[in-house]
Write a protein that binds this ligand. Structure first.
Ligand code: SAH
Length: 214
């Protein structure tokens, strides 16, 4: 069995810091969270490699750098209520939970939802609330959210998510077509989204009412 702590620190040095992630809180959390716990046994030796890894149901856990970049872009202070769409393995969810007040996270595939619920319970998180539904519709009951992160690609920012974002809130999401997207960050100021593009990325599609059109 590999020395995961060593691999984790190497991952932070070679994939995260050298590529320009500088938020100390994000770096420290990446050094702490056991990414191998979110990965199927058969891929466990690849847990800290520089690429996405299958998590079942044709879905993937994002590459560590992308997780770090999206987390840094959210610029968390610790008191935020976050909505996450695309729980997947729960690795990003755990990172968000460490850096904010509470995380509401939605996964549409029930087998992934069940599995990840167990993983996050075992790790002892009390400020994560998981839902098994179509996240392209958001989660009206607990809105508004200070931050929204979508880890699956849409053609545009889904209208319900824009509505459920708080004033002065921020959303980070890949936007484009099925095969190629841009990572965008949008701030809601005076009820209008101000968008900044952070360049090309590739994510699995956001499937649902306000998701990607096929
Ligand atoms: N952050 C996750 C990413 C998983 S891949 C991780 O790193 O593990 C994206 C996830 O989004 C998949 O699990 C997929 O099932 C989910 N997804 C796609 N469309 C969705 C929707 N409309 N609502 C909720 N989850 C969705």
């Amino acid at each position: 069995m590999s020395d995961f702590k060593k691999l984790r620190n190497e991952m932070v040095e070679t994939q995260i810091i050298t590529r320009g992630i500088s938020d100390k809180k994000v770096i420290n959390i990446l050094r702490k969270i056991p990414r191998e716990k979110f990965i199927d046994k058969k891929f466990i030796e690849e847990a800290y490699d520089d690429h996405p890894i299958p998590i079942g149901e044709n879905q993937t856990i994002s590459q560590p750098y992308i997780v770090a970049l999206m987390t840094e872009l959210l610029r968390l202070k610790g008191n935020e209520k976050i909505l996450e769409i695309g729980t997947g393995s729960g690795y990003q969810t755990a990172i968000l939970a460490e850096l904010s007040k509470e995380v509401y996270s939605i996964e549409r595939i029930s087998s992934l939802y069940e599995k990840t619920k167990k993983t996050l319970q075992e790790l002892g998180y009390k400020n994560i609330f998981l839902f098994n539904s179509d996240g392209s519709e958001g989660l009206k009951d607990f809105a508004p959210y200070d931050r929204i992160i979508v880890t699956a690609a849409g053609n545009e920012i889904p209208q319900p998510l824009e509505e459920q974002l708080a004033e002065n809130g921020r959303i980070v999401m890949p936007v484009g077509d099925r095969f190629m997207q841009n990572l965008i960050m949008a701030d809601k100021i005076n009820n209008k989204l101000h968008i900044i593009n952070y360049g090309a990325v590739t994510f699995v599609p956001l499937i649902g009412k306000h998701g990607i059109s096929i």
